[in-house]
Write a protein that binds this ligand. Structure first.
Ligand code: HEM
Length: 373
């Protein structure tokens, strides 16, 4: 790794809140130094792509300030999924008591900016997505799915269209698991989501261990995660099934201040705002203040883009949500009040990661110390 860039990224992780407050990161829209990314096309849901093709994108990123561009396509080819083993990991409570979760947190934090050529320079966003997709399969009526079991390790669930690209995150976590085999995958993946949010400048998320890995037979059926091409009623159906209300759904969506869409994973393209490695309320500010115009994509799908910076996007489902009176009031609330967003996100993200976890009640609650503190 380029040591200069690594230092830059690490220091950017330290100072994300200050940078945001001073406005030095989010300057005029589109005024950043750029990275180049070239990818193929694939859809988000399990449906077959309407058309295949390729797309290119020049985007200006925080991480790219440190050095030159990287090709996403090449960088991911080196990942081989190791997540399809057929046996679960069982760990006795006794053994688990000895696990130093803060140490695991620190190791994950160190890994976040290991590859400055990956996306915007951080693995954080894809780890948050892994934690969410592992948890968001929960069905409150049948009490199935959720982060307990970590069933995305197995082909039937790993291959759900919604999980495209998550082998990158699972393979990263495999390296951590090799070092700490006593932690369950469910605990590890959710801890990684917490770590990524905190290290990228988000609120402290309370976290408890207690997930047990399950067998392939516990894989959830396809279709439990949201389809970004659908409307707000679909989003409500999906999240009400998990047990969330409208405000909680909007608070969770604020995680889209992080990361980006990839043509070869979801079929959509681009980040939600210009600082995709900083956890903030910029997502709400973007959706509520910018002029969004439709853009047809080469794969036959479409998305919304900011009229003044067409590299920034919103999903069809998100603008449908914003146009819904009930949802809109929470988008507007969080756009104005980042403190409220951080407080609500911390609570609702913990709730998401704990859906369906059979806690015994005596688990220690962890509030991890940031590596930047
Ligand atoms: C409202 C329903 C949601 C929809 C329709 C949705 C859809 C999507 C789509 C299409 C992508 C792009 C995937 C890719 O191409 O790489 C994405 C990425 C992402 N999502 Fe969501 N999502 C939703 C809710 C959430 C929630 C609840 C969280 C977490 C709390 C979340 C966190 C993320 C993150 C961090 C990324 C960026 C991943 C990366 O950069 O690799 N999303 N989402």
């Amino acid at each position: 790794m380029n040591p200069l860039r690594s230092t830059f990224i690490k220091s950017s992780r330290v100072n994300t809140r200050n940078l945001l407050a001073s406005g030095s990161v989010l300057g005029a829209t589109g005024s950043r130094i750029g990275g180049v990314r070239i990818s193929g096309m694939r859809y988000y849901s399990s449906e077959a792509p309407k058309k295949s093709g390729s797309g290119g994108l020049v985007f200006l990123t925080l991480a790219a300030l440190g050095a030159g561009a990287g090709y996403y396509y090449n960088s991911t080819q080196s990942f081989k999924t190791k997540t399809l083993s057929s046996s679960p990991t069982y760990t006795s409570t006794e053994k688990k008591k000895g696990i130093d979760y803060q140490k695991i947190y620190n190791d994950i934090a160190e890994m976040l900016d290991d590859d400055s050529t990956y996306d915007d320079g951080s693995y954080g966003p894809v780890l948050v997505r892994l934690a969410w997709h592992a948890s968001g399969t929960y069905d409150k009526d049948t009490k199935t799915g959720g982060s307990n079991g970590a069933t995305m390790r197995f082909a039937p669930e790993a291959n759900h269209g919604a999980n495209n690209g998550l082998s990158i995150a699972r393979d990263l976590m495999e390296k951590i698991h090799t070092k700490y085999p006593e932690i369950s995958y469910g605990d590890l993946w959710t801890l990684a989501g917490v770590c990524a949010v905190q290290e990228l400048g988000g609120p402290t998320i309370a976290w408890r261990p207690g997930r047990e890995d399950a067998f392939e037979t516990s894989c959830t059926p396809d279709g439990r995660l949201p389809n970004a091409g659908k409307k707000q009623d679909h989003i409500r159906d999906i999240f009400y099934r998990m047990g969330f209300n409208d405000q909680e759904i909007v608070a969770l969506a604020g995680a889209h201040s992080l990361g980006r869409c990839h043509p070869d994973r979801s079929g959509f393209e681009g980040p939600w705002q210009e600082a995709p490695t900083i956890f903030s309320n910029e997502y709400y500010k973007a959706i509520s203040t910018r002029k969004w115009v439709k853009k047809n994509l080469p794969n036959g799908a479409w998305q919304w883009v900011d009229k003044n910076n067409t590299e920034v996007m919103m999903l069809p489902a998100e603008i449908s949500m914003y146009n819904d009176k009930e949802f809109k009031k929470y988008f507007d609330l969080y756009a104005k009040d980042e403190e409220q967003f951080f407080k609500d996100f911390a609570a609702v993200f913990q709730k998401l990661l704990e859906l369906g976890v059979p806690f015994k009640g005596d688990e220690k609650v962890y509030h991890f110390k940031r590596t930047t503190e």
